[in-house]
Write a protein that binds this ligand. Structure first.
Ligand SMILES: O=C(O)CCC(=O)C(=O)O
Ligand SMILES: [Fe+2]
Length: 229
């Protein structure tokens, strides 16, 4: 007798998953083979960086797109974000030729399928602006999880590119891992929000520290475990 599979409303995004573990292994192996990519040595998080991923011209082009589209940032929960995510942000058109090129390059670097990637999001932080500690994966207890589950499931890897240097502040801080990354124009940072078993990794908790002097621009691409729709 064959049992029919019914989607479990109690969800699968909050526990270990062979599928998510395999995504983690494949991307990690690919990045470790790339001589241009460096691993940040920290025991509980898979995180990598690559300098000069974008040229100065490409960074300038994306900064202009962000300036043209950015609105006060929202949070996924839809909750008030008056002091939590004070930056401006906006999704960049996937049909813009520069966005297309850069998206393809992120997919080639990570090996992640373009279909799993959410729209590239631009973000700008002026002096004093920040994005307080958060995880990029979805908390399965949140009311929006069932919706996210139906549109591609859990967020696995995050790819973020710094589009400007910042005179002071603006580091990406991973407090559970006790390190932070200062913005370097053109550098991409890539981390797995899941642990080696494919469960949400609390060590991926991070924040964008307040910009003290200068303006910080980034683009972020979040990848889902299944095609995003
Ligand atoms: O701006 C940063 O350094 C971090 C941005 C971030 O956490 C995100 O876009 O999810
Ligand atoms: Fe984040």
């Amino acid at each position: 007798m064959t049992a029919s599979f019914n989607a479990d409303p109690a969800d699968d995004g909050g526990i270990a998953s062979p599928t998510r573990a395999a995504i983690g292994d494949a991307v990690r192996a690919r990045l470790e083979r790339n001589p241009m990519v460096s691993r940040i040595e920290t025991p509980h998080l898979d995180i990598f960086g690559r300098q000069d991923f974008l040229s100065q011209d490409e960074c300038a082009g994306l900064r202009s797109l962000i300036d043209a589209h950015a609105q006060p940032s929202t949070l996924f929960s839809g909750s008030a974000n008056a002091d939590y995510r004070t930056s401006h942000s906006g999704n960049l058109s996937p049909w813009d030729p520069l966005v297309e090129t850069i998206t393809a390059r992120i997919c080639a670097l990570t090996g992640l399928p373009a279909a799993h990637g959410e729209t590239l999001q631009g973000q700008r932080y002026t002096q004093g602006q920040e994005y307080k500690v958060h995880c990029d994966y979805f908390p399965v207890a949140a009311d929006y999880w069932q919706r996210m589950r139906g549109t591609g499931g859990q967020r696995t890897w995050t790819a973020m590119i710094y589009l400007s240097a910042v005179d002071a502040g603006g580091e990406t801080h991973f407090p559970q891992c006790e390190f932070m990354v200062p913005p370097v124009e053109g550098m991409i940072l890539i981390w797995n929000n899941m642990d080696r078993d494919g469960a949400p990794n609390r060590f991926s908790l991070h924040a964008a520290r307040p910009v003290e002097r200068g303006t910080k621009y980034v683009v972020t691409k979040w990848f889902r475990e299944r095609p995003w729709r």
